[in-house]
Design a protein around this ligand. Structure first.
Ligand code: NAD
Ligand code: ZN
Length: 346
């Protein structure tokens, strides 16, 4: 399709982004063009917007921002078989190479040559966007359309929580950003007995209760390990889902786990960190699991089923909706932390 569209472009290697007119992108044989219906802002988009160290090392402006998206297919490349025009899709954001060892053994989500939508190529904060066929997820018409763009972060929450076999367990979630909040709901849906959330931001502590948390603490003025002992006794928790990337939260999240338990790490610490492996991990026989992305596409199938059957209510996490041109309002809220997921509509 030829023509112009509005998009949020990271134009220069500096703070900010601009809302401007650009060409509608052209598709290749294994790509589809979608008319974007909804987009959500991820922490990564905020990092790119404020131009932090990671963004400076990974982003090559000018580039259209964004990756969490849902929309309707309006053009398909000559080799595309998965979908046709009119299909309502969401997109996996990890673009696997298809030929490395991991891809060949069916683990595309940990492809060694992974590229990321909106990071290594133009993204989706626009009226139209190009999606690789390999990343297309055809939505079930029965999922609530409002939630279609947040299936990607919901998939992060599902993979993290399922890695902890939470059914009947006492669990700790450190960090109640959008993914932590979604994880609270997922943990309760999958049968966690007691969910304790640790989060310094008041707004997000309140949202944690709305998502079903049983206990919520503020690690800025309460010792997390004492709180864990008060609530669960000396035993600690069976599982920690680390969703903050904060070094103290990671260390305490490990200490809180009962011997033989599990901690899964999704949050990304900015720097290397020091752990007492002998005392806190080895002698305790605990398992540390790193989580990246979500499985392609078994996790998507779980997410879709949960939304379709309304076994999880994600509405409390969606705190704000703005037209795309007001993206700066969303970025400001993301910076302050007084939000859950923010949805943008072109
Ligand atoms: P976010 O930054 O919005 O949320 C992190 C939360 O942690 C914030 O609410 C913050 O107040 C809280 N926090 C800060 N210090 C804390 C402490 N000491 N104890 C407890 N909580 C603390 O991020 P998000 O979008 O919800 O994502 C969660 C984390 O997961 C981020 O680090 C993000 O970069 C990472 N992430 C990883 C993957 C992956 O594939 N591994 C995917 C998505 C996000
Ligand atoms: Zn690969």
């Amino acid at each position: 399709m030829k023509g112009k569209m509005k998009a949020v472009v990271k134009e220069k290697p500096e703070y900010g982004a601009v809302y401007k007119e650009v060409d509608i992108p052209q598709i290749g044989p294994e790509q589809v063009l979608i008319k974007v219906e909804s987009i959500s802002i991820c922490g990564t988009d905020h990092h790119i917007y404020v131009w932090n160290k990671w963004a400076q090392e990974n982003i090559c402006p000018p580039q259209i921002m964004g990756h969490e998206v849902a929309g309707v297919v309006i053009e398909t490349g000559s080799r595309v078989k998965k979908v046709e025009s009119g299909d309502f899709i969401s997109a996996e954001t990890h673009i696997p190479c298809g030929h490395c060892y991991q891809c060949l053994i069916g683990k595309q989500h940990i492809c060694k040559n992974m590229k990321i939508l909106g990071v290594h190529k133009n993204g989706v904060f626009a009226e139209y966007a190009v999606i690789e066929e390999v990343d297309v997820w055809k939505n079930d018409p029965n999922i609530p359309r409002n939630f279609a763009s947040i299936q990607e972060p919901l998939g992060n929450a599902v993979d993290t929580i399922l890695s902890g076999n939470v059914d009947g367990k006492d669990i700790l979630i450190t960090g109640a950003g959008p993914v932590g909040l979604l994880s609270v709901g997922i943990a309760k849906t999958f049968g966690a007995s007691n969910v304790l959330v640790s989060e310094p931001n008041k707004y997000r502590r309140e949202l944690s209760f709305k998502m079903g948390a049983d206990y919520v603490v503020n690690p800025a003025n309460e010792d997390l390990i004492s709180a864990v002992n008060d609530i669960f006794g000396e035993k600690g928790v069976d599982f920690t889902a680390e969703m903050s990337g904060n070094p103290e939260a990671i260390k305490n999240g490990i200490k809180a786990v009962t011997p033989g338990g599990i901690i899964s790490l999704l949050g990304l610490p900015a720097d290397e960190l020091q752990l007492n492996l002998t005392q806190d991990v080895i002698f305790k026989n605990i398992k540390i699991i790193g989580i990246t992305g979500r499985k392609m596409f078994s996790t998507w199938n779980i997410v879709s089923n949960l939304l379709k059957s309304e076994r999880i209510n994600v509405s409390p996490v969606i705190t704000h909706k703005f037209p795309l041109q007001d993206f700066k309002k969303g970025m400001k809220l993301m910076g302050e932390g007084n939000c859950g997921k923010i949805i943008l509509k072109p």
